[in-house]
Design a protein around this ligand. Structure first.
Ligand code: NAD
Length: 326
């Protein structure tokens, strides 16, 4: 299949592109390199540097390459930033996504995968969060993904665009030692912890150690980037059988202390950690269930262990302590 991947130079998108090309698909990557890295793009992918805000560019790209499917990863991605700069999310993320969907439909694309988020569930009734949980976006970031999901719903009803929306929390780990996570600024716990092991930070601050969890620190869902990639590809192949929306999670959570402790074991570094105050708005435990995608598509995480996650991330960070360097 010929697939346009937006954000294919970013962390998750670049991993999906590698998997698609290894599976024999043809890939066109569109990325403005705002966060992405040219060298993360698979050499056999066609790379176009450009911005989703540029609708004429999107139309040219669709006309020139005639993709059969679109996988949409390009986005502003930070919950905290979205609370400070909501317009980047409620305007840019939304308008860029709509540009892409409209251009796709205008050029006869019939399949669309949206990288959504579990930040749609700010007040879950149950943990793990079930498929079909009531939507209460936790931030302008979550709201922007919710709007794109709703737009897809109508694109399907009106134009027959089949879509999958995948809702997940923290992507982590590395596909291999040359393909991993490199964000600037880095805000995710695992790379920050590993930066301490690399000597790039002196310690890690734990935001609150008095939560109602087994060791007092927040428990979160960490899902390996290869498992995420596999889920996106399975969802793409299933679209001929109709649109779908899934939660994607590891199935269990790990506390901040467990992450730090496992990182100490994997790296052999003492990784000093210090408890600080809670961050406003951080719930004690967030874990996504994945029952529906398991039942429908047979998806199962292959890297659910914290040790596997940290070992793969460490292999990448050790070999590329400064990231991609571009
Ligand atoms: N990383 C996570 O833990 C996580 C969790 C849930 C959902 N997601 C979603 O997954 C997707 C990918 O996340 P990621 O961590 O790989 O992010 P990333 O920042 O590494 O990748 C996003 C890519 O999109 C590109 N981009 C951004 N805006 C663009 C624009 N206007 N035009 C063209 N390119 C643009 C960036 O340069 C970057 O390469 C995002 O949609 C994010 O919301 C991520």
């Amino acid at each position: 299949m010929k697939i346009l991947v937006t954000g294919g130079a970013g962390y998750i998108g670049s991993t999906v592109v590698h998997q698609l090309i290894n599976a024999g698909d043809q890939v066109v990557v569109l990325d403005n390199l705002y966060q992405g890295h040219r060298s993360a793009v698979h050499p056999r992918a066609t790379f176009v540097q450009g911005d989703l805000a540029d609708r004429p560019l999107l139309d040219r790209l669709m006309a020139d390459h005639r993709p059969q499917a679109v996988m949409h990863f390009a986005s502003h991605t930070l919950v905290g930033e979205s609370m400070e700069q909501p317009s980047l999310y409620l305007r840019d993320n939304v308008v860029n996504g709509l540009n892409l969907m409209e251009s796709a439909v205008a050029h006869g694309v019939q399949r669309f995968i949206l990288s959504s988020t579990a930040n749609l569930f700010d007040e879950p009734e149950e943990i793990p969060i079930k498929d079909g949980e009531r939507i209460v976006p936790g931030s302008p970031y979550g709201e922007s993904k919710h709007i794109l999901e709703r737009y897809l719903h109508w694109m399907d009803r009106i134009y027959g665009l089949k879509y999958a929306a995948l809702r997940y929390f923290n992507a982590c780990g590395a596909a291999h030692e040359d393909l991993g996570e490199d964000h600037d600024p880095e805000t995710h716990l695992i790379p920050l912890v590993l930066q301490v092991a690399l000597g790039q930070r002196d310690r890690i601050i734990i935001f609150g150690d008095d939560y109602d969890t087994p060791d007092g620190t927040c428990v979160r869902d960490y899902i390996h980037v290869l498992d995420l990639a596999q889920a996106h590809i399975l969802a793409l192949r299933a679209l001929d059988r109709g649109s779908r929306t899934y939660n994607l999670g590891n199935g269990r959570g790990f506390s901040v202390k467990e992450v730090v402790e496992t990182a100490r074991e994997v790296t052999g570094h003492p990784i000093p950690a210090e408890a600080g105050p809670r961050r406003p708005g951080d719930p004690a435990t967030l874990i996504a269930g994945s029952e529906q995608i398991k039942a429908d598509l047979g998806w199962e995480p292959q890297y659910p262990e914290l040790r596997q996650i940290l070992e793969t991330a460490w292999a990448w960070h050790q070999k590329h302590p400064e990231g991609y360097g571009d």
